[in-house]
Design a protein around this ligand. Structure first.
Ligand code: FES
Length: 127
């Protein structure tokens, strides 16, 4: 594993009396990504990891691409409703393939699929 896809599982949660109820949009997104990953040709290069928050909570759902020596990308405003989740998950893996292919991880706007085209919250330079 040389790359990681971090998926916030707290995003798009429903809260009642200070407690999370039901399955969050982030958990649904993670499940969809994990299912697609099983037949994904890059599955041995990309770890998909659940995280509890990446401090972009007002932009749910949120994922991040990270790899040593590459730019890190934090994406938000990714749809996680039942109708859009397959498209969102497929777009994330499609963009991850481009990220994996780039030596520095740079992702040009025009090559990113929707909804990741307009969803960049941060691009962090490599160490
Ligand atoms: S709850 Fe998902 S980024 Fe904070």
């Amino acid at each position: 594993m040389t790359h990681s896809l971090l998926v916030c599982t707290t995003c798009a949660s429903t809260w009642q009396n200070g407690k999370k109820v039901g399955i969050s949009g982030g958990e649904t997104l993670l499940k969809e990504l994990s299912q697609l990953q099983q037949s994904w040709e890059l599955r041995s290069h990309f770890e998909i990891r659940a995280v509890s928050c990446m401090s972009a909570c007002s932009h749910a759902c949120v994922v991040t691409f990270v790899a040593e020596g590459k730019y890190s990308y934090l994406f938000g405003d990714l749809p996680s409703d039942a109708e859009n989740i397959p498209t969102t998950a497929a777009a994330i893996l499609s963009c991850a393939e481009i990220y994996c292919d780039r030596a520095d991880g740079m992702l040009a706007w025009k090559e990113r699929p929707e909804p990741l085209k307009s969803g960049v919250i941060a691009r962090i330079p490599p160490l």
